[in-house]
Design a binder for this molecule. Structure first.
Ligand SMILES: [Ca+2]
Length: 340
């Protein structure tokens, strides 16, 4: 009996050892897959100017790039205001990426919007930059084609946090020196997904959709890859800037912009709504654990949008899953990243 008990006890030890080994193997496999995770190739398309959450979004992208999670391919302006490309250049230079390509719209009808608080003017006075006017940079549509043609298939995530002007133009392109594919074919071949801060869900009227509503309708009806929307109601719950501006030791153009603009408006006294940063976060890290998804199809009418639920839909809008305060902490931490 005693011998039997010893045998049973020994068997128990062996089982525990086996479990420990399995757990260790799982841990090693998890570490290996985490190490192997490739940075997400990103093109950010921004209207940077009329609102300053775009500055936060550019900072989040550079912070995630420095962490090895993102590989920025270009930053496009969807706003042809002459201070836009120099503003992007200030941020790219500050974060140590002075050669990151910048494109801008060239059409006569492209939006031209400045910043009421004149924060771009402040940045350009204070920080180094080598681009002095948006009209100096290449046509965004051609730059999209050049970059996409050179990337592996289904590898590029495009994030728009401004107007859909450039993407509507890209959809309409024909074959050129970079690729014989049409715009639609090139996007289908090279782009993994589009993440857009656009719309309000399940229905509403939102600035990025409204400003170039013809472009918005074209893109969201004809875009040939999955689309994720971060709607107006997501970013409005996540208020960033207080922690950033109250960090006495921190010096950065991002802090300077938020400090100037938060003092400019009573509404922003405790921070700005983080619409654009949410789109970059979801594009690089994925939606989980921050957000849930409702699948379906956006329906546009002028600057308004509605939504049709469809569990098999190729489009989805974000819902809050983590608390807004937790997401704020993550986004604001990334916005406080400084140049290396
Ligand atoms: Ca924006």
């Amino acid at each position: 009996m005693k011998k039997y008990l010893i045998w049973v006890a020994a068997l128990g030890v062996l089982q525990v050892q086996a479990q420990v080994q399995v757990q260790a193997q799982v841990q090693v496999q998890t570490q290996v897959s985490a190490q192997k995770k490739q940075p997400v190739a990103i093109i950010l398309d921004t209207d940077i100017g009329p609102d300053y959450d775009d500055v936060g979004a550019v900072a989040v992208l550079h912070a995630l790039a420095d962490a090895g999670e993102a590989r920025p391919l270009a930053i496009m302006a969807s706003n042809k205001n002459e201070l836009v490309a120099p503003t992007i250049d200030v941020l790219d230079m500050y974060f140590g990426r002075p050669t990151l390509p910048i494109g801008a719209p060239k059409s006569v009808s492209a939006p031209d919007r400045g910043a009421p608080q004149k924060w771009p003017e402040m940045l350009l006075k204070k920080y180094p930059h080598h681009i002095h006017a948006t009209s100096e940079v290449p046509n965004a549509i051609e730059l999209y084609r050049k970059i996409l043609a050179a990337q592996p298939d289904k590898s590029v995530t495009i994030v728009t946090v401004g107007f859909l002007t450039n993407l509507a133009g890209l959809l309409e392109t024909k074959g050129d020196a970079y690729s014989r594919l049409t715009g639609v074919e090139l996007i289908r071949k090279k782009v993994k997904q589009l993440v857009s801060m656009a719309g309000a869900f399940p229905r509403g009227r939102e600035f990025n959709v409204l400003v170039d509503s013809a472009a918005s309708a074209k893109v969201f009806l004809h875009w040939p890859t999955p689309v994720i929307f971060s709607g107006f109601e997501i970013g409005r719950q996540i208020i960033t800037g207080k922690q950033l501006t109250e960090d006495v030791g921190l010096q950065s153009p991002v802090k300077d912009v938020f400090a100037l603009c938060m003092a400019f408006s009573d509404e922003d006294r405790n921070g700005r709504k983080s619409w654009d940063q949410t789109a970059v976060l979801a594009a690089v890290r994925g939606t989980s654990p921050y957000f849930g998804l409702v699948r379906g199809q956006i329906i546009l009418a002028g600057g308004n949008n509605e939504w049709k639920d469809d569990p098999a839909g190729n489009q989805a809008y974000l819902t809050m899953k983590m608390s807004p305060e937790e997401v704020r902490g993550i986004i604001e931490g990334l916005m406080m990243h400084t140049s290396k």
